[in-house]
Design a protein around this ligand. Structure first.
Ligand SMILES: *[C@@H]1O[C@H](CO)[C@@H](O)[C@H](O)[C@H]1NC(C)=O
Ligand SMILES: *[C@@H]1O[C@H](CO)[C@@H](O)[C@H](O)[C@H]1NC(C)=O
Ligand SMILES: *[C@@H]1O[C@H](CO)[C@@H](O)[C@H](O)[C@H]1NC(C)=O
Length: 366
């Protein structure tokens, strides 16, 4: 009897419970597989990380759209390189931003920085004169009290953003009215402003995951470019028009060497790490928010202020419309937002790409 009840038990187990067990096991495995495929977006194979590279140039453009300065070292602040695009020319009385798009000869306005006096001196050729120069000087890091006695607070417009800025006196800058052919003012925004200018587009808090701001760049605090890519572009320009252009046309802040055998590799870069030789144990991470979609500003020769009617725009349009989010514009360089509080960086410092992605997509809206 005992053996028959064991047999009965085994029959009940196998006929009744085993299918149920198998069923639950099946359900568990398939839901696990489903949730796994839901959590990880389908990834295109974007390849291995590139080899570390070196910073070959640091460029600051104190006044938006005016001539840049190549510097051996610079402080990388959360808002961008110190002294980069903290000043801007605006129309008067409406304080609307003025750029190379409005007046290409703005690149002839040259700021120079004297570190011994911490002063910026701004010069430009006087209109209708060979040897006269327009010129004035201002503190490069003005104190709150200097700003209080020498500037007034205004609401300045950059694209669709309205942001508070310090406006210098008409007496200081009115020599530039003839240069612009209109009444202008110069405004300043501190990187430590009480009312920062929040990032939008791919830098908006919902996308970036944190609040970040900048002074007067079009979009993001930092633009990184590679020599590998400007060299590749120049090979095409040379073949098409016997022309080469300096990378300064694209107004990058951090230029790195890159890999000459892989131009445009930066299109997939996602996260960067700079190891500082100026600061002990210094490391700083930058999040790449998006590719930099270009307008025709790089057609302007920054030394002559003259705009080439076609290049490099036509060449770039042929092969650099590569971002699904902004297919009507060509891309050059990568826009970034630094993490952390800032760090001194130098030409020669190492830049590593620590993450690559197949998911870059430009979100319009500035
Ligand atoms: C300068 O050009 C920009 C872009 O084309 C435009 O949005 C802005 O309003 C212009 N500024 C002035 C003062 O006309
Ligand atoms: C700034 O204000 C101080 C104090 O009022 C004055 O001495 C100085 O000349 C001003 N500088 C400029 C460039 O206006
Ligand atoms: C950004 O700042 C706002 C206002 O200070 C705050 O409410 C919000 O939570 C912050 N967002 C993030 C992503 O940190």
């Amino acid at each position: 009897m005992a053996s028959s009840s064991t047999t009965q038990g085994a029959i009940v187990l196998s006929v009744f419970f085993l299918p149920i067990l198998t069923y639950f096991l099946y359900i568990r495995l398939t839901t696990q597989a489903q949730s796994k495929s839901l959590n990880t977006k389908p990834q295109r194979d974007v390849g291995p990380l590139p080899a570390p590279t070196k910073i070959t140039q640091l460029l600051i453009h104190p006044i938006k759209s005016c001539h840049g300065i190549s510097v051996p070292s610079a402080k990388l602040l959360p808002t961008g390189l110190d002294l980069d695009r903290q000043w801007m020319w605006v129309s008067y009385p409406d304080y609307k931003f003025l750029t190379i798009r409005n007046l290409s000869k703005m690149t002839l306005i040259r700021p120079t920085y004297d570190s011994s006096t911490d002063t910026l001196t701004i010069t430009a050729p006087a209109p209708n004169s060979m040897d006269e120069k327009l010129q004035f000087s201002i503190p490069a890091h003005p104190s709150a009290s200097w700003l209080a006695s020498n500037t007034s607070l205004v609401d300045a417009t950059v694209w669709s953003a309205v942001t508070p800025a310090h406006c210098y006196s008409a007496e200081l800058t009115n020599q530039f009215n003839d240069f612009f052919g209109r009444e202008v003012r110069l405004v300043y925004k501190s990187p430590y402003s009480d009312v920062p200018r929040p990032l939008v587009s791919n830098g908006a808090p919902k996308v970036l995951g944190r609040n970040a701001s900048t002074c007067f760049p079009d979009l993001m605090p930092i633009l990184v470019g590679t020599e590998a890519s400007i060299d590749e572009l120049n090979t095409r320009l040379q073949a098409a028009e016997g022309l080469t252009i300096p990378v300064t046309r694209f107004r990058p802040n951090i230029l790195v060497k890159g890999d000459a055998t892989k131009p445009w590799d930066e299109d997939r870069w996602k996260t960067l790490r700079i190891t500082s030789s100026a600061e002990k144990d210094g490391e700083l991470v930058l999040d790449i928010t998006q590719r930099c979609a270009r307008c025709q500003v790089p057609n302007v020769d920054t030394e002559s202020g003259e705009k080439n009617p076609r290049q490099p725009w036509d060449t770039l349009m042929k092969y650099r419309r590569i971002d699904e989010g902004i297919t009507f514009k060509p891309c050059f360089g990568m826009l970034c937002v630094p993490r952390g509080e800032g760090m001194e960086i130098r030409v020669g410092d190492t830049l590593e790409v620590t993450e690559v992605t197949g998911d870059h997509r430009y979100l319009a809206g500035m």
